[in-house]
Design a protein around this ligand. Structure first.
Ligand SMILES: NC(=O)c1ccc[n+]([C@@H]2O[C@H](COP(=O)([O-])OP(=O)(O)OC[C@H]3O[C@@H](n4cnc5c(N)ncnc54)[C@H](OP(=O)(O)O)[C@@H]3O)[C@@H](O)[C@H]2O)c1
Length: 316
């Protein structure tokens, strides 16, 4: 497997492989299943792994890295790019460094490559089940939280910092207080939620967009099958001898963004990497641009339809 293309980030020295393996599974996979899938992904050529405190996949990822080193699949941890995320229950100035250290402990690592604010909200206390009570959701203290994120960089806990699920408006708020601008904004992006406005904004400001749910998170609680069942994508896939998943992932890549996609199936994870030696035609791109648009992953579906949450979901 040839080395995957990398992207240069604005405030992180290490290039990020343009495609990463997601580790949020539905139904939640057990530790051994996740660890085995990650080792298979390393064998298949993945070098970027996307996890989060909230997914419960930091520990199996850490164990998989130890095993990959023991097996000689990688020579050094530095060959990997590890992204993890600050959970909203810890999104307060004085809790960020401890939360980052907790993730490092789970991952058995000395440093993270990219640490993201998972969602632009704060949850009070230790929320244990979803949806949450209205009172548990608070606006994010952008200044305090970003200071905490920057402190993680200064302490060497992470190489880069960024955000996830941030609108143009929320990104402006971060920029107004940042001394280190966010390198990445990880958001839902796929042929059925193309995010044109946000893409243009991020390009102009120098933020890398990483697309999550590029296949629409089919067969999960948070996604749907609109991408995988799209007639437009199916027709293109048939005529090109590709799968619908490959057409969707290639389209995402051709939008000039990086992506994280999840498969714990050995064949599908390999298939998902085979998107770099062909391209979509102008006519095919035009057809995909006409696909009806609707956001798939909403904060309201996770936290409940509370006013602040609905407001955030409505922002572009
Ligand atoms: N920042 C955030 O708030 C956020 C939100 C959601 C997701 N994410 C991250 O992004 C990653 C990817 O997004 P996602 O998991 O939501 O969705 P996704 O990658 O769009 O889709 C994953 C689903 O597609 C299936 N699949 C994968 N490759 C396939 C193929 N070639 N053909 C048919 N089905 C295929 C997977 O099943 P199999 O495993 O059985 O192949 C799984 O059910 C997550 O794992 C997570 O790391 C971040």
């Amino acid at each position: 497997m040839a080395k995957l293309p990398g992207v240069t980030l604005s405030s992180c020295e290490k290039p990020m492989p343009v495609i990463g393996m997601g580790t949020c599974s539905f139904p939640p996979a057990d530790l051994e299943t996740t660890k085995t899938a990650i080792i298979e992904a390393i064998k298949a050529g993945y070098r970027h792994f996307d996890t989060a405190f909230a997914y419960g996949s930091e520990k199996p990822l850490g164990e998989a890295i130890v095993e990959a080193l023991t097996l000689g699949l990688i020579m050094s941890r530095d060959e990997l790019f590890i992204t993890t995320k600050l959970w909203s229950s810890f999104a307060e100035r004085d809790q960020i460094v401890p939360a980052c250290k907790m993730s490092l402990q789970n991952l058995q690592l000395d440093y993270i490559d990219m640490y993201l604010i998972h969602w632009p909200v704060r949850l009070t206390g230790r929320v244990r089940s979803m949806p949450v009570e209205k009172d548990a959701i608070k606006p994010l203290d952008v200044k305090g939280v970003w200071e905490g994120m920057e402190e993680c960089v200064k302490l060497g806990l992470t190489k880069g910092i960024g955000v996830s699920n941030f609108s143009c408006k929320k990104l402006e708020e971060v920029l107004a207080v940042a001394t280190i601008p966010p390198a990445v904004n990880q958001v839902e992006l796929n042929p059925t939620w193309q995010q044109k406005e946000l893409r243009e904004f991020c390009k102009a400001k120098g933020f890398e967009i990483t697309a999550y749910s590029p296949l629409g998170a089919n067969n999960t609680k948070w996604g749907d099958n609109r991408v995988m069942d799209s007639d437009v994508l199916a027709e293109i896939a048939k005529s090109r001898g590709k799968t619908v998943a490959q057409v969707a992932l290639r389209w995402v890549y051709e939008q000039g963004v990086s992506l994280v996609t999840k498969s714990y199936n050995k064949e599908r994870m390999k298939q998902n990497l085979q998107i770099f030696d062909w391209s979509l035609s102008g006519e095919e791109l035009e057809k995909i641009s006409q696909i009806p648009q609707r956001k798939g992953v909403t904060l309201a579906s996770v936290l409940g339809p509370h006013d602040l949450v609905l407001e955030l979901d409505a922002e572009v």
